[in-house]
Design a protein around this ligand. Structure first.
Ligand code: AP5
Length: 220
């Protein structure tokens, strides 16, 4: 069994690439951001604990994140292959991930580092729109819906994530450079990091990630 991680700054395109890669490569997509937003929407206890951190653009404490991730891994069929998106984000989360993967006999094969300049990140995040009903992801310029404000997939209403305001984006980018960038060195040392320039278009990026995974034998 294997697992890969999509690592990168807010707006690097992790979620967009994951949607395109998931089916082609047969991974179970584990996005801690999506799980947290769902917990907030459902007004669960965990969602209530996480909401304030998310609104401020801070990281949700490791113990809450690990409760979420351990729950998913525990319930997943034993043959599952995982694609983590936005997780891990701290050294503590990375240590705990190593432990839970070792317990399942799952190997962390690749960490795909999606790298894009800050101006691209800012432009992507401020223009992102999400469907309230099905969660589909759009961008007002890069991936516009056919009808403004309406989801192409299900006709649902599109909204802007509350943490996609310029002030909160600035704090998320700062938190990324302080807390998460250190993971690049960890996974480089381990020989599993693959850097991909993510400033290209969404389809091209997904194709590049898939070709990196295929070349390394992780998407056969
Ligand atoms: P999370 O949801 O994980 O947000 P993030 O990491 O800040 O990343 P984003 O979802 O903003 O960006 P993305 O790289 O997925 O970009 P996307 O593909 O959407 O986390 C949110 C919050 O939850 C965190 O701030 C934190 O509070 C908490 N949290 C989550 N996980 C945590 C953890 N492990 N530990 C602690 N706290 C945690 O693309 C963005 C836009 O650009 C879209 O509009 C898209 O259409 C467009 N776009 C994407 N790719 C391309 C492309 N290649 N070309 C053109 N346009 C593109």
């Amino acid at each position: 069994m294997k697992a890969i991680i999509l690592l990168g700054a807010p707006g690097a395109g992790k979620g967009t690439a994951a949607e395109r890669i998931r089916d082609a490569a047969g991974f179970m997509h584990v996005s801690t951001g999506d799980m947290l937003r769902e917990a907030v929407k459902q007004s669960t206890i965990l969602g209530g604990e996480a909401e304030g951190y998310m609104h401020r653009g801070e990281l949700v404490p490791d113990k809450i994140i690990m409760r979420l991730v351990e729950g998913v891994l525990k319930d997943a069929p034993s043959h599952s292959e995982f694609m983590f998106d936005g997780f891990p984000r701290t050294i503590g989360q990375a240590d705990l991930l190593d432990e839970v993967l070792a317990k399942r006999g799952t190997k962390l094969e690749h960490v795909i580092f999606l790298d894009a300049p800050q101006r691209v990140l800012m432009q992507r995040l401020t223009g992102r729109r999400i469907c309230r009903a099905c969660g589909a992801n759009f961008h007002i310029n890069n991936l516009p819906p056919r009808q403004p404000g309406i989801c192409d997939r299900c006709g649902g209403e599109l909204y802007q994530r509350p943490d996609d305001s310029e002030a909160t984006i600035a704090s998320r980018l700062q938190v990324y450079s302080q807390m998460t960038e250190g993971l690049i060195a960890r996974y480089t040392q381990r020989g599993v990091l693959r850097r991909v320039d993510s400033s290209c278009g969404a389809d091209q990026l997904a194709a590049e990630v898939l070709s990196v995974l295929k070349a390394a034998g992780a998407a056969d």
